[in-house]
Design a protein around this ligand. Structure first.
Ligand code: G4P
Length: 190
C-alpha cells in the first residue's frame, strides 16, 4: 500500500535495527484519514470472504480494525490484556509472550462475542514474532470459529512471525512489509 509506505518513510523513526516508531499515526496519535484508507485496503484484500467478526488486541489494533469494521459493517472484538471490572467469567484466554518487552500477558475475550458460527478476520498493527497473532488464533480456535486470515498494518518481514504463520497455512495480508531497518533506513519488500 503505497500511501502507507510513504507515511512510514515521512513520519516513521527507526529506533534500532529492529524497532520502528510510528507514534504519529498508529501507536499513540491516530491519523483517522490514513486509518480509513487502511480499513478500505483490508476490505479490498479480503473481498472474496464473508467476515462476521473482526478480532484484534488492545490497544493499537483497535483503530485499524474499527475502520475495517466501518467499511464492511462487521463488529470488532478486541482481546483485553488486563482484567477489567466488567470482564469476568465465561472467557477464552491465551498467553502472549512479548519478546520486545520480555513479559507474558494473559489475553482474554468474552465468550459472548465469539462463537463457532463466526468467520473471523484477525487484525493487528505490527507483526514481529507473531506471538500476538498466535494468541488470537488460539482464542478463535477455543471458540470453534473459522479464521479466514490475518490483516497486518506493518509486518517486519525480517523477523520470524510472518514466515512461521504462513508455513502453518495462515493467510496473511500485510499492507507494508519491512525488509530492513539497518543503518537507520526503512527498506520495504516489493
Ligand atoms: P509479536 O506479537 O509479533 O510477537 O510482537 P512483539 O512481542 O515483538 O511485540 C510486542 C509489542 O510491540 C506489540 O505491541 C507490537 O505491536 C509492538 N511492536 C513490535 N515491533 C514493533 C516495532 O518495530 N514498532 C512498534 N511501534 N511496535 C512494535 P503492544 O505491546 O501490544 O502495544 P500496543 O498494541 O498496546 O500499542
Amino acid at each position: 500500500m503505497q500511501l502507507l509506505k510513504d507515511k512510514i518513510l515521512k513520519e516513521g523513526r527507526v529506533l534500532s535495527d529492529t524497532v520502528l516508531k510510528v507514534d504519529s499515526f498508529l501507536n499513540h496519535q491516530i491519523d483517522p484519514l490514513i486509518m480509513k484508507e487502511i480499513g478500505d485496503e483490508f476490505a479490498n484484500r479480503f473481498t472474496d470472504e464473508v467476515i462476521t467478526k473482526i478480532l484484534t488486541i488492545e490497544s493499537s489494533g483497535i483503530a485499524p480494525a474499527t475502520m475495517l469494521g466501518l467499511t464492511i459493517g462487521a463488529p470488532v472484538v478486541f482481546a483485553r490484556k488486563r482484567k477489567s471490572l466488567t470482564l469476568s467469567g465465561n472467557l477464552y484466554s491465551a498467553e502472549v509472550h512479548s519478546f520486545t518487552k520480555n513479559e507474558t500477558n494473559e489475553i482474554s475475550v468474552s465468550k459472548d462475542f465469539l462463537s463457532a458460527d463466526d468467520n473471523v478476520l484477525i487484525i493487528d498493527d505490527f507483526l514481529a514474532n507473531g506471538e500476538a497473532v498466535k494468541g488470537l488464533l488460539d482464542i478463535a480456535e477455543q471458540a470453534g470459529a473459522n479464521v479466514i486470515g490475518v490483516g497486518i498494518v506493518i509486518e517486519k518481514g525480517f523477523q520470524q512471525g510472518g514466515m512461521l504463520l504462513r508455513e502453518q497455512g495462515v493467510r496473511i495480508e500485510s499492507l507494508a512489509n519491512i525488509k530492513s531497518l539497518a543503518n537507520g533506513q526503512v527498506e520495504f519488500f516489493d
